[in-house]
Design a protein around this ligand. Structure first.
Ligand SMILES: NC(=O)c1ccc[n+]([C@@H]2O[C@H](COP(=O)([O-])OP(=O)(O)OC[C@H]3O[C@@H](n4cnc5c(N)ncnc54)[C@H](O)[C@@H]3O)[C@@H](O)[C@H]2O)c1
Length: 262
Protein backbone atom coordinates (compact mmCIF):
# COMPACT_ATOMS: atom_id res chain seq x y z
CA UNK A 1 0.00 0.00 0.00
CA UNK A 2 1.31 3.44 -0.92
CA UNK A 3 1.80 5.96 1.89
CA UNK A 4 -1.36 7.93 1.00
CA UNK A 5 -3.86 5.10 0.34
CA UNK A 6 -4.84 4.27 3.91
CA UNK A 7 -6.79 6.79 5.99
CA UNK A 8 -4.95 7.81 9.16
CA UNK A 9 -6.54 8.63 12.53
CA UNK A 10 -5.07 9.79 15.83
CA UNK A 11 -6.82 9.10 19.15
CA UNK A 12 -5.69 10.66 22.45
CA UNK A 13 -6.40 8.86 25.71
CA UNK A 14 -6.52 5.67 23.64
CA UNK A 15 -5.18 3.23 26.22
CA UNK A 16 -8.41 2.74 28.14
CA UNK A 17 -12.13 3.41 28.20
CA UNK A 18 -13.86 5.22 25.36
CA UNK A 19 -10.54 6.06 23.64
CA UNK A 20 -9.68 2.37 23.41
CA UNK A 21 -13.13 1.85 21.91
CA UNK A 22 -12.47 4.61 19.34
CA UNK A 23 -9.13 3.03 18.37
CA UNK A 24 -10.77 -0.40 17.98
CA UNK A 25 -13.66 1.02 15.95
CA UNK A 26 -11.32 2.95 13.63
CA UNK A 27 -9.04 -0.06 13.14
CA UNK A 28 -12.07 -2.19 12.17
CA UNK A 29 -13.00 0.56 9.68
CA UNK A 30 -9.56 0.17 8.08
CA UNK A 31 -7.79 3.26 9.45
CA UNK A 32 -4.11 3.29 10.33
CA UNK A 33 -4.33 4.34 13.96
CA UNK A 34 -2.01 6.56 16.00
CA UNK A 35 -2.70 5.80 19.65
CA UNK A 36 -1.63 8.36 22.26
CA UNK A 37 -1.70 8.05 26.05
CA UNK A 38 0.42 8.37 29.19
CA UNK A 39 -0.13 4.68 30.02
CA UNK A 40 2.61 2.88 28.06
CA UNK A 41 1.66 -0.61 29.28
CA UNK A 42 -2.00 -0.38 28.28
CA UNK A 43 -0.98 1.19 24.95
CA UNK A 44 1.31 -1.78 24.30
CA UNK A 45 -1.50 -4.31 24.72
CA UNK A 46 -3.77 -2.21 22.47
CA UNK A 47 -1.08 -2.02 19.81
CA UNK A 48 -0.79 -5.85 19.69
CA UNK A 49 -4.57 -6.21 19.56
CA UNK A 50 -4.99 -3.72 16.70
CA UNK A 51 -2.05 -5.07 14.71
CA UNK A 52 -3.75 -8.47 14.75
CA UNK A 53 -6.55 -6.78 12.72
CA UNK A 54 -3.98 -6.09 10.00
CA UNK A 55 -3.86 -2.29 10.34
CA UNK A 56 -0.82 -0.08 10.89
CA UNK A 57 -0.53 1.15 14.47
CA UNK A 58 1.77 3.90 15.72
CA UNK A 59 2.06 4.19 19.49
CA UNK A 60 3.02 7.49 21.11
CA UNK A 61 3.44 7.83 24.87
CA UNK A 62 2.58 11.46 25.47
CA UNK A 63 1.01 13.72 28.08
CA UNK A 64 -1.59 15.82 26.25
CA UNK A 65 -1.13 18.52 28.90
CA UNK A 66 2.30 19.30 27.40
CA UNK A 67 1.65 22.31 25.11
CA UNK A 68 4.44 21.33 22.67
CA UNK A 69 3.32 17.72 22.42
CA UNK A 70 0.90 18.15 19.50
CA UNK A 71 3.44 19.84 17.22
CA UNK A 72 5.85 16.94 17.84
CA UNK A 73 3.02 14.45 17.31
CA UNK A 74 2.04 16.12 14.00
CA UNK A 75 5.66 15.94 12.79
CA UNK A 76 5.90 12.22 13.71
CA UNK A 77 2.60 11.42 11.97
CA UNK A 78 3.48 13.31 8.79
CA UNK A 79 6.92 11.72 8.54
CA UNK A 80 5.46 8.23 9.12
CA UNK A 81 2.24 8.42 7.06
CA UNK A 82 2.51 11.62 5.02
CA UNK A 83 -1.10 12.57 5.92
CA UNK A 84 -3.76 12.73 8.62
CA UNK A 85 -7.52 12.31 8.09
CA UNK A 86 -9.17 12.12 11.51
CA UNK A 87 -8.29 13.48 14.96
CA UNK A 88 -10.07 12.32 18.11
CA UNK A 89 -9.36 14.58 21.10
CA UNK A 90 -10.58 12.19 23.77
CA UNK A 91 -8.17 12.25 26.74
CA UNK A 92 -9.84 13.68 29.81
CA UNK A 93 -9.91 13.48 33.60
CA UNK A 94 -12.58 13.97 36.26
CA UNK A 95 -12.18 15.66 39.63
CA UNK A 96 -14.67 16.73 42.25
CA UNK A 97 -14.76 19.15 45.16
CA UNK A 98 -16.18 22.41 46.38
CA UNK A 99 -15.59 25.09 43.73
CA UNK A 100 -14.14 27.51 46.27
CA UNK A 101 -11.74 24.98 47.82
CA UNK A 102 -10.15 23.37 44.75
CA UNK A 103 -6.46 24.38 44.52
CA UNK A 104 -5.31 26.40 41.48
CA UNK A 105 -2.91 23.57 40.51
CA UNK A 106 -5.84 21.12 40.32
CA UNK A 107 -7.90 23.57 38.22
CA UNK A 108 -4.89 24.04 35.93
CA UNK A 109 -4.25 20.30 35.50
CA UNK A 110 -7.89 19.63 34.53
CA UNK A 111 -7.86 22.62 32.17
CA UNK A 112 -4.59 21.50 30.53
CA UNK A 113 -5.84 17.96 29.89
CA UNK A 114 -9.53 18.56 29.14
CA UNK A 115 -9.48 21.91 27.32
CA UNK A 116 -6.04 23.14 26.27
CA UNK A 117 -5.17 19.78 24.73
CA UNK A 118 -8.07 20.20 22.27
CA UNK A 119 -6.96 23.75 21.48
CA UNK A 120 -3.29 22.76 21.05
CA UNK A 121 -4.33 19.78 18.95
CA UNK A 122 -6.24 22.02 16.52
CA UNK A 123 -3.38 24.53 16.42
CA UNK A 124 -1.11 21.68 15.28
CA UNK A 125 -3.48 19.69 13.04
CA UNK A 126 -5.85 22.16 11.33
CA UNK A 127 -3.12 23.73 9.16
CA UNK A 128 -1.85 20.35 7.97
CA UNK A 129 -5.37 19.05 7.14
CA UNK A 130 -6.69 22.33 5.68
CA UNK A 131 -6.06 21.46 2.03
CA UNK A 132 -6.83 17.74 1.97
CA UNK A 133 -9.73 17.98 4.45
CA UNK A 134 -10.60 15.75 7.38
CA UNK A 135 -12.52 15.42 10.60
CA UNK A 136 -11.87 16.49 14.19
CA UNK A 137 -13.84 14.88 17.01
CA UNK A 138 -13.75 16.63 20.39
CA UNK A 139 -14.98 14.57 23.33
CA UNK A 140 -16.79 16.87 25.77
CA UNK A 141 -19.49 15.59 28.14
CA UNK A 142 -23.05 16.01 29.33
CA UNK A 143 -21.23 18.21 31.87
CA UNK A 144 -20.34 20.50 28.95
CA UNK A 145 -24.02 21.19 28.27
CA UNK A 146 -25.51 21.21 31.77
CA UNK A 147 -23.29 21.86 34.80
CA UNK A 148 -23.65 19.97 38.06
CA UNK A 149 -22.48 20.71 41.62
CA UNK A 150 -19.01 19.69 42.93
CA UNK A 151 -17.73 19.23 39.39
CA UNK A 152 -16.70 22.80 38.57
CA UNK A 153 -13.29 22.23 36.87
CA UNK A 154 -14.73 19.36 34.86
CA UNK A 155 -17.85 21.26 33.77
CA UNK A 156 -16.01 24.53 33.10
CA UNK A 157 -13.49 22.77 30.85
CA UNK A 158 -16.14 20.67 29.07
CA UNK A 159 -18.25 23.81 28.41
CA UNK A 160 -15.00 25.19 27.00
CA UNK A 161 -14.58 22.19 24.69
CA UNK A 162 -18.15 22.64 23.43
CA UNK A 163 -17.68 26.40 22.83
CA UNK A 164 -14.30 25.84 21.17
CA UNK A 165 -15.84 23.22 18.87
CA UNK A 166 -18.70 25.57 17.90
CA UNK A 167 -16.26 28.43 17.14
CA UNK A 168 -13.87 26.20 15.21
CA UNK A 169 -16.64 24.61 13.14
CA UNK A 170 -18.16 27.98 12.20
CA UNK A 171 -14.76 29.43 11.28
CA UNK A 172 -13.80 26.47 9.09
CA UNK A 173 -17.16 26.57 7.30
CA UNK A 174 -16.99 30.35 6.77
CA UNK A 175 -13.47 30.08 5.35
CA UNK A 176 -14.30 27.10 3.10
CA UNK A 177 -11.80 24.82 4.85
CA UNK A 178 -13.00 21.21 4.38
CA UNK A 179 -12.54 19.97 7.95
CA UNK A 180 -15.70 18.84 9.74
CA UNK A 181 -15.98 19.08 13.50
CA UNK A 182 -17.96 16.82 15.81
CA UNK A 183 -18.48 17.33 19.53
CA UNK A 184 -19.41 14.30 21.62
CA UNK A 185 -21.36 14.78 24.84
CA UNK A 186 -21.74 11.44 26.64
CA UNK A 187 -23.67 10.73 29.79
CA UNK A 188 -22.47 7.58 31.61
CA UNK A 189 -20.09 5.22 29.85
CA UNK A 190 -18.68 2.26 31.82
CA UNK A 191 -14.98 3.21 32.16
CA UNK A 192 -12.47 3.87 34.93
CA UNK A 193 -12.87 7.66 34.78
CA UNK A 194 -14.49 7.82 38.23
CA UNK A 195 -11.62 5.90 39.91
CA UNK A 196 -10.14 9.26 40.97
CA UNK A 197 -13.28 10.15 42.97
CA UNK A 198 -13.67 9.30 46.65
CA UNK A 199 -16.74 7.09 46.65
CA UNK A 200 -15.91 5.53 50.03
CA UNK A 201 -17.68 7.59 52.67
CA UNK A 202 -20.58 9.72 51.47
CA UNK A 203 -20.32 11.95 54.56
CA UNK A 204 -20.49 15.29 52.74
CA UNK A 205 -22.75 16.28 49.81
CA UNK A 206 -19.69 16.11 47.53
CA UNK A 207 -18.84 12.58 48.72
CA UNK A 208 -22.46 11.50 48.19
CA UNK A 209 -22.24 12.87 44.66
CA UNK A 210 -18.93 10.96 44.15
CA UNK A 211 -20.67 7.76 45.23
CA UNK A 212 -23.71 8.35 43.01
CA UNK A 213 -21.58 9.31 39.98
CA UNK A 214 -19.29 6.29 40.45
CA UNK A 215 -22.35 4.02 40.53
CA UNK A 216 -23.89 5.71 37.48
CA UNK A 217 -20.66 5.28 35.47
CA UNK A 218 -20.26 1.65 36.56
CA UNK A 219 -23.76 1.02 35.15
CA UNK A 220 -23.17 3.07 31.98
CA UNK A 221 -23.01 2.15 28.30
CA UNK A 222 -20.37 -0.31 27.13
CA UNK A 223 -17.42 1.85 25.90
CA UNK A 224 -16.81 -0.15 22.70
CA UNK A 225 -20.47 -0.01 21.68
CA UNK A 226 -20.58 3.71 22.54
CA UNK A 227 -17.42 4.51 20.56
CA UNK A 228 -18.68 2.59 17.54
CA UNK A 229 -21.99 4.51 17.53
CA UNK A 230 -20.09 7.77 17.79
CA UNK A 231 -17.93 6.83 14.79
CA UNK A 232 -21.09 6.02 12.77
CA UNK A 233 -22.35 9.55 13.52
CA UNK A 234 -18.95 11.11 12.79
CA UNK A 235 -18.99 9.42 9.38
CA UNK A 236 -22.49 10.85 8.79
CA UNK A 237 -20.91 14.30 9.31
CA UNK A 238 -22.84 15.21 12.48
CA UNK A 239 -21.64 18.11 14.62
CA UNK A 240 -23.58 17.35 17.82
CA UNK A 241 -23.20 13.74 18.94
CA UNK A 242 -25.55 13.17 21.88
CA UNK A 243 -26.11 9.44 22.07
CA UNK A 244 -27.78 9.29 25.50
CA UNK A 245 -31.42 10.29 26.14
CA UNK A 246 -30.60 11.87 29.52
CA UNK A 247 -28.32 14.36 27.74
CA UNK A 248 -31.23 15.48 25.53
CA UNK A 249 -33.37 15.89 28.67
CA UNK A 250 -30.64 17.88 30.46
CA UNK A 251 -30.29 20.26 27.49
CA UNK A 252 -34.07 20.79 27.29
CA UNK A 253 -34.36 21.41 31.02
CA UNK A 254 -31.43 23.88 31.10
CA UNK A 255 -32.74 25.75 28.06
CA UNK A 256 -36.22 25.95 29.60
CA UNK A 257 -34.72 27.29 32.86
CA UNK A 258 -32.75 29.96 31.00
CA UNK A 259 -35.75 31.09 28.93
CA UNK A 260 -38.11 31.00 31.91
CA UNK A 261 -35.89 33.46 33.75
CA UNK A 262 -35.15 35.68 30.76
N1 LIG B 1 -17.01 7.61 31.04
C1 LIG B 1 -17.98 8.51 31.07
O1 LIG B 1 -19.05 8.28 31.64
C2 LIG B 1 -17.79 9.85 30.38
C3 LIG B 1 -18.88 10.73 30.35
C4 LIG B 1 -18.75 11.96 29.71
C5 LIG B 1 -17.55 12.29 29.09
N2 LIG B 1 -16.50 11.41 29.14
C6 LIG B 1 -15.25 11.83 28.49
O2 LIG B 1 -14.75 10.79 27.67
C7 LIG B 1 -13.33 10.91 27.57
C8 LIG B 1 -12.70 9.56 27.84
O3 LIG B 1 -12.99 9.21 29.19
P1 LIG B 1 -13.09 7.70 29.72
O4 LIG B 1 -14.36 7.59 30.44
O5 LIG B 1 -12.77 6.76 28.64
O6 LIG B 1 -11.93 7.75 30.82
P2 LIG B 1 -10.79 6.69 31.21
O7 LIG B 1 -10.21 7.20 32.47
O8 LIG B 1 -11.30 5.31 31.14
O9 LIG B 1 -9.75 6.86 30.01
C9 LIG B 1 -9.07 8.08 29.81
C10 LIG B 1 -7.76 7.79 29.11
O10 LIG B 1 -7.07 9.05 28.97
C11 LIG B 1 -5.73 8.87 29.39
N3 LIG B 1 -5.19 10.12 29.88
C12 LIG B 1 -5.52 10.78 31.03
N4 LIG B 1 -4.77 11.87 31.16
C13 LIG B 1 -3.95 11.91 30.07
C14 LIG B 1 -2.94 12.81 29.66
N5 LIG B 1 -2.60 13.86 30.41
N6 LIG B 1 -2.31 12.58 28.49
C15 LIG B 1 -2.64 11.49 27.74
N7 LIG B 1 -3.58 10.59 28.10
C16 LIG B 1 -4.22 10.80 29.26
C17 LIG B 1 -5.81 7.81 30.49
O11 LIG B 1 -4.54 7.19 30.71
C18 LIG B 1 -6.85 6.86 29.93
O12 LIG B 1 -6.28 5.87 29.09
C19 LIG B 1 -12.92 12.00 28.56
O13 LIG B 1 -12.70 13.21 27.87
C20 LIG B 1 -14.13 12.11 29.47
O14 LIG B 1 -14.26 13.38 30.06
C21 LIG B 1 -16.58 10.20 29.77
Amino acid sequence: MKKDEQSVAVVTGAARGIGRGFARSLARRGYAVVIVDIDAVALGSLQSELESLGVQVFTVVQDVADPGAFNRLRDHILSRFGKLDLVVNNAGILTSGRSWEIEPEAWQRVANINLWSAVNSSRAFVPCMAKSGGRIVNVASMGGLAAGPWLAPYCVTKYGVVAFSECLSAELEAEGIPIRISVVCPSAVRTGIADSLDASSGESPCESMDTALTKMISEGTDPDAFADRVMDEVQQGKFWILIHDDVHEAVKSRTADILANA
